[in-house]
Design a protein around this ligand. Sequence first.
Ligand code: ZN
Length: 520
Amino acid sequence: MQKRFLVLLTVTLTLGLLQPIATAAPKPGTACKKAGLTSTSAGIKYTCVKSGKKLVWDKGVAVKKPAPVPSANPSPSITPTPSPAQKEESFTPWATSFTQKQVSDEAQKKFREWALAQPDKSGLHKFISQPDTPGKRTRNFKKVDELDVKLFGQFFTKQSTTVLGSNEKWVVDQLNANDGKYKQCDSNSGNQGLNYCLDQGASQGYVITSDQDYQASNPGGDGSALLSHEYFHIVQRALLGSNIGIPTRSDANGSKDSFPVWFVEGTANFVGFSVAALALDATYWEGRPTMFQYAPRTPDTNRNTLEDYEIRNGPGNNSPTYPYIAGQLASEYLVASVGFQKMLDIWLDFKNTKSFEKSFENAVGISKDAFYLKFEAARGNLGLPPVTWKLVCLTNTLISELPKTTPPCNYNNNNNASNPGEPTSPIRVITGDIVATGSLQARATWNVTGHESYRLYVTDVVDFQKVYFETGYVNDSRNPLVIDIKGLVCKKEFRTMTEFFTEKNGKGEILVMPSFQLRD
Ligand SMILES: [Zn+2]
C-alpha cells in the first residue's frame, strides 16, 4: 500500500509565538521588547540588546546558509534550485517566467502578511498532552498548534482539539472525551516514532514514541508540519461549513463540481510547511528543496499536467497520481499571484456555489482552465519536469505510449458527488474513508444511515474482474460501519467499492460509493 510521504519539523525557540511575524524584518536601532530576542530576516539574524536605557535591535549578523541537501539521491522529480548568483527580483502576478526563489518568497510574503493581519480567536481550542510525551516534539508541536489556532480558529464554530501522548490508548481516550470517534491512532506518514489520527470531526491525535527536533532544512522530518497539514484539513471542513467532509473528485465527470485533490492536499502541504516554518522561526525557502523530495520515486512522479492530479480514486496517496507536490507548487503560484485570503475564499465560497470551478473563478478572478494554462506555462520555473505522462481513465500512461483511441472510462461511480451533501437516495453517507491499517490491510469506516445491508469489494484499478477482497452481502444497519479489509497485494493500487442497500441481502435501492481517499 502506498504510504504518505509528507514530512515535518521542529526548533527550539523562546520567542513569543507571533514574534517571528512581528519582527520579520527589524530595523537596526528601532525599539524591541525584550533583551535577548532574536529575529532572522533575509539571512541576517538580529538580536534585541540594551542601548543605554532602551532596548533596540542590533545591526545583525549573517546567518550561516543552510547545508545543501545531500545529493546522493537526487530527486528524479524536481529540477535543481537556481544558482544563488541569479538576480532576485520581485514576482509579478501570473508571471510565467521567474525563479523558484521569487515565487516561493512572494507566496511566503503574502502568507505572512495575511497571518499578521488575523485576529486571535483561539478560544475554542484544546491542546492536551500526556506528561511523559517526548519533549522536543511536544514543545514544537505545541508551538505549531498554537499558531494554527491563532490563524484559523476564527473559522470554527465548535471546539477543536489536538492530543499528544506517548500511549495510543491514552490519546484515543482523550480524543473521544472531546467529541472524537476514534478506535485507534495508528496512521503513519513515514515519520519515525510518530503515528497520528484524524477523524471527520474537529480533532487530531499524535502518538509520539521517540523524540526528534524540527530541522529547517528537512522540514518534514519530525512531524510538526504534518500536524499543521492535518489541522488544515479540519480547517477546510470548517470553511465549507458542513459536516459532509470534503467533496473530492473521484472520476472525470460525475464529480466535476467537487474539489480537485491537488487543491485539497496542495493547500494543506503549503499551509503545513508555511505555518511550521513561521512558528519555529525558520524560512520555508531553506526547507523547500527537501520538501519536494517527499514523494514516491516512480517514473511518472510530477510528470502529469495539473489537471491529471484532480482525481483521487483509491486507497493510497498515489491513486491514480501523486497530487501533493504539483498541488503544493500550484498553491504557491496561486498565493504568490493573488494572496492567501483568496485561496481561503475558494473554500468559503463553495457553500454558495457548490462548485469548485465557480468558486475558484469567483475568488481568484480567472477560470480554473485559465489557471491551468498559466501553471503549465510556468511549471518549469516552478521546478517541475516537463509533462511526459497522461492519465487515461485511471491508468497513468507515458505520452509516447498512448493508445490511439481512448477507451471509455468505467469509473463505476454513483456517489452523487456532483451534488455534495444533497442526497437523492434514502441512504445517506455522511463521511467515509479507507485507511491502511498495516501491511496489506485497510479499514473502511462509513458514517452512513438508511441502509439495511452492504457489500464491499476491492478490485484491481484497471481490471475490475480481478477481485482481491469481498465481503459478500452483509446485513448490518449500524452507523458507523467499520469494515476490515484484508488480503491486499503488495505494491498494488486498488479500487474499493462499497454498496449500500435499503433492504437486507443486497435488495432494494442501492447507493454505490467508490473508494474514498486514503485520507492523506
Ligand atoms: Zn492531507
